[in-house]
Design a binder for this molecule. Structure first.
Ligand SMILES: [Zn+2]
Length: 114
């Protein structure tokens, strides 16, 4: 379950971010995960809960924002969202699309208490 490693990395990055504000305490973290990133949100949440119970700090809430796949039609230039798989352009029905995103995994924000 590689979600354990991901949870650990998110927690580390969040604490590094919090450490730049003296006296602040980390209370919540929001991550953005693309549907193509290969991350199981439930497994990540589970790993996170186990980890925050073991941590020396107070529990930190994890918010997960799933990001859809984004495509650009190569024929009419329209940008559109779809599920995991490529879907025809809603504008011109072309199946000739370029993948723009949906494979990202990033720390969106951290919430701290001063
Ligand atoms: Zn199109």
């Amino acid at each position: 379950m590689h979600e354990v490693g991901i949870a650990s990395e998110i927690l580390r990055a969040s604490h590094a971010e919090t450490a730049r504000r003296p006296g602040a305490r980390l209370v919540a973290v929001t991550v953005r995960i693309g549907v193509l990133a290969g991350v199981d949100a439930d497994a990540l949440r589970f790993a996170w809960d186990v980890m925050s119970e073991q941590a020396e700090y107070a529990p930190v809430a994890l918010m997960i924002q799933m990001v859809p796949r984004r495509n650009r039609c190569q024929d009419c230039g329209r940008e559109y969202e779809s599920g995991i798989y490529s879907e025809p352009c809603p504008g011109c029905a072309s199946e000739n699309s370029l993948l723009l995103g949906g494979d990202e995994m990033q720390l969106a924000s951290v919430e701290v208490e001063e």
